[in-house]
Design a protein around this ligand. Structure first.
Ligand SMILES: Nc1ncnc2c1ncn2[C@@H]1O[C@H](COP(=O)(O)OP(=O)(O)O)[C@@H](O)[C@H]1O
Ligand SMILES: [Mg+2]
Length: 233
């Protein structure tokens, strides 16, 4: 469904992605791992067409259609949803307002009611403002907001960052429920154990290049790779 081939991107003159390739199929969770500063956020930003970093070469395809040169709203209209690192909510808007501004009846898009069905906690908090939510509630809202555009692929940048263990489990359960609906997920994670609990496949990024790919069981049985690329002893 989503294919990224030999993607190169730069911030100004500084190259951040150096020929990275990966794919995400329908109904699979693909973990994208790598130490801080290795280019994970830059990769999802490049796919989303955010302009910074800018793509210098390579191809991104969704269902065979080339996405190159599209703006982020056009990428989202192709069925790619984005949950940014740090969640990017509005402190002064309520939960309901965050969702209502996206309730445009897009084909395949979720409605506010459906988001509240999936996340009863958000319904209870619908009149709370962004800055009054817990970390786990903010993450649910960020995911709910991405679902409003009806994505078939979700790019999620460190959804468990800063969350308490129970909220991490909650996010894992949400990811698995979305997968069972056929949504493909590219999951950027620092939390190896959370990623391994849900991922079907794994890529490791090192200075903008994919240096390892495989399945979680193989990665966990490979202390050299864990040590070299993730700093885990
Ligand atoms: N806006 C920016 N301008 C210039 N360099 C950046 C910018 N954002 C990130 N970088 C650099 O790009 C590299 C990759 O960063 P990033 O994609 O955020 O890594 P990760 O998400 O894997 O931690 C880092 O060296 C970082 O310093
Ligand atoms: Mg990042």
């Amino acid at each position: 469904m989503l294919e990224i081939v030999d993607l190169c991107s730069s911030y100004g003159e500084a190259q951040v992605l150096a020929s990275a390739s990966m794919h995400v199929a329908e109904g699979e969770i693909v973990a994208l791992l790598g130490r801080n500063g290795m280019g994970k956020t830059s990769l999802v930003r490049s796919v989303m067409g955010l302009g910074s970093p800018h793509v210098t070469s390579g191809t991104i395809r969704m269902d065979g259609d080339v996405l190159g040169g599209l703006r982020s709203y056009q990428v989202s209209a192709k069925g790619i949803g984005y949950v940014p690192q740090g969640r990017r909510l509005f402190a002064s808007l309520t939960v309901l307002e965050h969702l209502q501004m996206l309730d445009r009846g897009l084909p395949g898009g979720w409605t506010v009611l459906r988001v509240f069905d999936a996340f009863p906690r958000l319904k209870e908090r619908k009149h709370h403002r962004g800055n009054q939510l817990s970390g786990g509630e903010r993450q649910m809202l960020a995911i709910g907001r991405a679902l409003m555009t009806g994505p078939r692929i979700l790019l999620m940048d460190e959804p468990t960052e800063g969350l308490a263990p129970v909220a991490v489990e909650n996010v894992e359960a949400i990811l698995m429920a979305l997968r069972s609906e056929g949504i493909g997920i590219l999951l950027v994670e620092q939390n190896l154990y959370s990623a391994m609990a849900v991922a079907d496949r794994v890529y490791i990024l090192e200075t903008g290049q994919v240096v390892w790919e495989g399945v979680p069981a193989t990665l966990m049985a490979n202390p050299d790779v864990l040590q070299r690329y993730l700093g885990i002893n």
